[in-house]
Design a protein around this ligand. Structure first.
Ligand code: FAD
Length: 455
């Protein structure tokens, strides 16, 4: 809404319409495209896959290198596994103005509050269709190069599955390529001589390949928890190794007769043995790394202005703009441990408004200073660099900051309360948190709120 903002950057200037390339048609790219178009920009969305949805496009296909490290492996984008149900309730998971509501008339829909992955893909397809995004997506077009050219514009080279490769110039580029594809693995003493199999959760789809195996699963994230429960049904033994567990730990997981919890592996050996710090030894067949992912922008050429160092993408003002290249280069979706879709929506609104000159950015020097202060404060608080973009604890504050700078309403209070209630419930009820809950009053508030958005 160009007229509503009290934050006009250059009130005397005409709003600018820019030609913008969006890289990726996952949730972030879709909402970025919508917000950019709402603001009057022309948009092309590049998508290397053959459909929208990114992470939510489940495929049984896995990569040729199961641990996902070989530089010449075939790349499968999505890390989705067959059994996945959302870890957020649908009321907070959707975009703010496009509720992720169960559709009673939808016969093959999944009306559960924490639905399976197919339902999320359906929701994203509905979003793309209702906002006419599919027409501006170039499918099977992989961006292979993005670099600055004269006049502060960007050259974008794309490789197309059908047709000639393309080279074009855009006023701005919004990077929405996701960050759950490039595996990060644990460093384990002795691993080069270990003869067993190694897999990263990126290439986990179903439990079947783990049948009758002794599995060491490293990690304690949401995926690690899901996958350990999945494979415990078929594996001979599952040993979870977690660096957040005390060194003397070796305990059976309640409710399972074949799952144990350990602290992080001490060493592995040629004979297949895995040694834990408490002295226990397990003869294992497979090490499954559920150890997360790295930010990866293989197409981006910024002459060293934007770097990824120990999983810090930097320097980025508010996790979005590299000061020296703002506003023509931006990133949507960098923060993690967040409620993603709504955050992408706020980030995209801000980017779109800045590109049209409706909203002002501070000077490059001021942005740089802000980034430096942010990093120094993190260091002073003992937060490791790799957690630079982990904003879970203050994500609603972050969203509200963006909202206030966009001139749009801040997050509804029930969203934060529901997020907190969900985590409390998961701690209380374990795997049952997706079936039973106590935040009925918040669901009612959400439903009341959604009445505003009848689409
Ligand atoms: P993606 O969905 O990864 O989309 C990026 C897109 O960019 C892809 O389509 C890809 O093909 C394309 N692309 C990449 N590189 C290029 C290129 N060079 N050229 C052209 N196109 C390119 N979030 C939740 O809210 N709830 C959950 O329950 C939840 N569960 C999750 C479970 C798993 C296993 C994972 C991995 C993530 C989960 N998430 C969950 C987080 C989820 O990733 C985000 O919700 C969101 O879908 C990410 O969207 P994105 O657009 O940033 O990235």
């Amino acid at each position: 809404n160009k007229t509503a903002s009290a934050l006009s950057a250059h009130p005397t200037m005409q709003p600018l319409s820019r030609h913008v390339a969006v890289i990726g048609a996952g949730a972030a790219g879709l909402v970025a495209a919508r917000e950019l178009r709402r603001e009057g920009h022309t948009v092309v969305v590049f998508e290397r896959g053959d459909q929208i949805g990114g992470t939510w496009v489940y495929t049984p296909e896995v990569e040729s290198d199961p641990i996902g490290l070989h530089p010449n492996r075939n790349i499968v984008h999505s890390s989705m596994y067959q059994s996945l149900r959302t870890n957020l309730p649908r009321e907070i998971m959707g975009f703010r103005d496009y509720p992720f509501a169960a559709k009673e008339q939808d016969e093959d829909g999944d009306p559960r509050r924490f639905p399976g992955h197919r339902e999320v893909l359906k929701y994203l397809n509905g979003f793309a269709k209702d906002f006419g995004i599919c027409e501006i997506v170039r499918f099977e077009s992989e961006v292979v190069f993005v670099g600055l050219v004269e006049g502060g514009k960007w050259k974008v080279k794309s490789k197309r599955k059908r047709g000639d490769d393309m080279e074009e110039v855009y006023d701005a580029v919004v990077v929405c390529n996701g960050h759950f594809t490039e595996p990060r693995v644990a460093q384990i003493p002795g691993i080069s001589s270990w003869k067993g199999k190694q897999v990263h959760s990126h290439n986990y789809r179903t439990p079947e390949p783990f049948r009758d195996q002794v599995v060491i699963l490293i990690g304690s994230s949401a995926s690690a928890i899901d996958i350990s429960r999945d494979i415990a049904g078929v594996a001979k033994e599952v040993h979870i190794a977690s660096r957040s567990v005390a060194t003397e730990t070796m305990e059976k997981k309640p409710g399972y007769d074949n799952m144990w919890l350990h602290s992080m592996i001490k060493s592995v050996h040629e004979d297949g043995s895995v040694v834990f710090p408490d002295g226990s030894v397990v003869l294992a067949d497979i090490i499954l790394h559920c150890t997360g992912y790295k930010y990866h922008f293989p197409f981006l050429e910024t002459n060293g202005i934007v770097t990824v160092d120990d999983n810090r993408v930097g320097p980025l003002y508010k996790h979005i703009f590299p000061p020296a290249l703002a506003p023509s280069l931006s990133f949507v979706g960098i923060p993690f441990k967040v409620v993603p879709f709504a955050m992408y929506e706020f980030q995209s609104k801000w980017i779109a408004g800045i590109l049209s000159n409706r909203i002002a950015l501070p000077s490059k020097e001021e942005m740089m200073e802000d980034v430096q202060i942010f990093c120094s404060l993190q260091e002073a608080s003992g937060i490791p660099k790799r957690f630079t973009h982990m904003i879970g604890d203050y994500q609603f504050e972050y969203d509200d900051w963006l909202a206030s700078h966009c001139g749009c309403p801040v997050s509804e209070e029930w969203r934060q309360q529901m997020w907190l209630a969900t985590f409390k419930n998961a701690r209380l009820r374990g795997p049952l948190y997706q079936e039973e809950w106590d935040d009925h009053h918040l669901i009612l508030q959400a439903q009341e709120d959604f009445r505003k958005y009848t689409f």
